[in-house]
Design a protein around this ligand. Structure first.
Ligand code: UDP
Ligand code: MG
Length: 151
């Protein structure tokens, strides 16, 4: 499996509830490498581009209001299977159905306040990382213990 870079957002409820560190800790401890990290306010325009696939759905307006309501923490995570590993750690969209041990399963109760975004596939990941990070903000750094994380 070649390396992927995926976009994660700690959504405004995660930041407001002081869960940013806990969520980053869980993802970082997998062995995925942080290559981008920032606190930011999502504009309505950025929210519209990020969630374009959901435009017209009944929850769309609420979703844009939610993601723009207060700051998010944006992360770019790199590694083999970064997209699938991140989605596994997040749990499924609806917290009531998300497995214990996942971020949504452990910290959420409402689909409209499900704490975290993670890119769904390679095409989305590429588009979303570029929406949230400039190339200058992505650091391709050497990890000294790399050989103990990937073969
Ligand atoms: N969402 C919602 N109600 C729904 C479906 C989705 O509020 O019935 C929100 C929820 O915050 C979700 C986001 O819209 O995380 C994007 O939906 P998607 O189906 O892409 O889920 P995800 O990829 O985030 O698991
Ligand atoms: Mg999605």
């Amino acid at each position: 499996m070649s390396s992927e870079t995926t976009l994660v957002l700690v959504k405004p409820d995660g930041v407001q509830r002081s869960l940013s560190g806990e969520i980053i800790r869980r993802l970082e401890q997998t062995g995925l490498k942080l290559v981008g990290l920032k606190l930011m306010q999502v504009s309505t325009e950025l929210a519209g581009r990020h969630y374009a696939e959901h435009e017209g759905k009944p929850f769309y307006e609420g979703l844009v209001n939610y993601i723009t309501a207060s700051p998010v923490v944006a992360l770019a995570l790199e590694g083999p299977d970064a997209i699938a590993i991140t989605r596994k750690m997040m749990g499924v969209t609806k917290p009531a159905e998300a497995a214990p041990g996942t971020i949504r399963g452990d910290f959420g109760v409402d689909i409209g306040r499900n704490l975290i975004h993670g890119s769904a596939n390679a095409e989305d990941a590429e588009r979303e990382v570029a929406l949230f990070f400039t190339s200058d903000e992505l650091l391709r750094w050497e990890r000294t213990n790399e050989g103990w994380i990937t073969e």
